[in-house]
Design a protein around this ligand. Structure first.
Ligand SMILES: [Zn+2]
Length: 497
């Protein structure tokens, strides 16, 4: 009975756990700093201890020499609280003086203070804060956004501590911070746990010690994947929202991106689909960019994770775009990888868009029949590739191909069932056209059509922009040179640990 009551009663503790992204991330961070599993478990003593730690860390960062690693934490604080006492250029450099100033941030309400409801949680609060202490809030100059007759937003002590603990749970850089909100506590907790580790490293050894492959998107996708593939239970679909912001004096900004509910189903199905999963890792590798000296300029893990995020209410299917963008380099891509990309694209269509790639079969057959009717199919393949993404041009090419096959005495397949969707100007249309490309390439590979060419033996110049920097020529035969055995790569997914 007690258990039932416990579950039905909202967990209201000393530390409020609100839906405001800054306060919420801060509450998680306080819980982590206090060694608790959930913000609701934080005690009053914990709160005092965390406040004391915040004061020590803020003072240490604000009095550090510019060349000291501890100064990097000051850059983080500066990006979030640019006009606060410890980040201001005129701050006292004496640690004892500054300690007194910062301790006042987290002091209990004075007995004679006028109490107003806390802007985050609603409990009576006697302290008014504004932009310099609260990221994503206006300055007190914006009078019409403030509560009447006040010179700031009332913030209770627990929320004040949470706001300044927020950098420990956010993905911070020297110029911005990103916080996450999600309908799943597990995903939020994992995200904050990773950032908590990062924050400790920044404080001890500075930004230069951080791995380069831990963007907020990559960490979120890792947390979502962990959530989606839990063996015990079917996970309920959840969205994640990333709030990236800079609380700059001149030009503060906020960028909000989110994943769709369907991402959970996609990430759950991905490891079970061996070919699509390999395709994911190959795309991740293809998206990695290296500088001239060989160092990673853009980590593929970050790049592929970002494809699952989009501005709210703006479905962009960037994973499909990235796959389709590979069409110009199929000659440099192994047959196995192209098959895996076809599987990845089909799985994305099925899980994210509720679409079935199977309906493309007749169009695929028509195109492959037409391409392979030539002794040297490369010309026709390139003709198709040029128009593969364009509805009208593709429609014309399909009509010509159909007519050509008829005139030559063949029986072109009937594609009338799919043309409406395929040539539509809606997202549906371009998703199908992208999938069609991989269907056609896979079918050409299966038929052994010679549309590829061997590496740099580029005698006829059909591949003028062949640069070998991220070619995966080493991982098997090229298109048209016969299927190669499936192989796994050694790129594990454990890079976040
Ligand atoms: Zn509050």
């Amino acid at each position: 009975m007690t258990g039932l009551l416990d579950r039905e009663t909202p967990r209201a503790g000393i530390l409020p756990f609100t839906h405001h992204p800054v306060q919420r991330t801060g509450a998680w961070a306080v819980a982590f700093l206090a060694g608790r599993g959930h913000p609701a478990d934080v005690t009053l003593t914990d709160l005092d201890d965390v406040a004391a730690k915040l004061v020590r860390d803020v003072v240490r960062a604000s009095t550090a020499d510019k060349n000291h690693p501890a100064y990097d934490w000051w850059k983080v604080l500066y990006a979030l609280f640019p006009n606060a006492k410890p980040t201001h250029a005129s701050r006292p450099r004496d640690a004892a003086v500054l300690t007194g100033e910062v301790e006042r941030f987290f002091a209990v309400e004075q007995a004679d203070a006028t109490l107003r409801p806390c802007v985050f949680c609603g409990v009576p609060a006697g302290v008014l804060w504004s932009k310099s202490m609260l990221p994503m809030f206006d300055t007190t100059k914006f009078l019409n956004t403030l509560p009447p007759r006040t010179v700031g937003w009332p913030v209770c002590r627990a929320c004040r501590i949470a706001v300044w603990a927020m950098p420990y749970g956010a993905a911070v850089t020297a110029g911005s911070a990103t916080v996450l909100t999600c309908d799943s506590d597990a995903v939020e907790r994992d995200f904050v746990a990773k950032n908590r580790e990062r924050a400790a490293r920044i404080q001890q050894t500075g930004f230069s010690s951080l791995p380069s492959n831990a963007s907020p998107e990559a960490v979120t996708v890792w947390a979502l994947r962990t959530y989606a593939t839990r063996p015990d239970t079917e996970p309920r679909p959840v969205t994640t929202t990333l709030w990236m912001f800079k609380n700059d004096n001149q030009e503060p900004w906020l960028r909000v991106t989110a994943t769709r509910l369907a991402v959970v189903g996609f990430l759950r199905a991905l490891p079970a689909d061996t070919s699509a999963n390999r395709g994911w890792r190959q795309l991740q590798r293809a998206l990695t960019r290296r500088a001239a000296d060989g160092t990673v300029a853009r980590d593929g893990r970050d790049a592929i994770a970002r494809t699952l995020f989009e501005p709210v209410n703006d479905q962009r299917d960037r994973l499909l775009s990235e796959l389709f963008n590979r069409r110009d380099s199929v000659e440099k891509t192994s047959a196995a990888t192209l098959r895996d990309w076809r599987a990845l694209s089909a799985l994305y269509l099925k899980e994210m868009c509720g679409m079935d790639a199977g309906e493309l079969k007749p169009v695929t057959e028509l195109l492959v029949d037409w391409i392979t009717a030539e002794r040297n199919p490369r010309g026709r393949f390139n003709e198709y590739r040029r128009v593969a993404g364009r509805a009208f041009a593709l429609q014309r090419l399909l009509m010509e191909a159909s007519a050509r096959l008829l005139l030559d005495g063949a029986h072109p397949s009937d594609i009338t069932g799919v043309t409406g969707a395929l040539f539509a100007s809606s997202p549906q249309g371009w998703r199908l056209r992208g999938q069609l490309f991989f269907e056609v390439v896979a079918a050409l590979v299966a038929r052994g059509a010679q549309i590829g060419q061997k590496n740099t033996a580029d005698a006829d110049g059909t591949d003028p922009d062949a640069d070998s920097d991220d070619s995966d020529a080493q991982d098997g035969s090229l298109v048209g040179f016969g299927p190669d055995p499936d192989e796994d790569d050694d790129d594990s997914d454990g890079g976040y640990a």
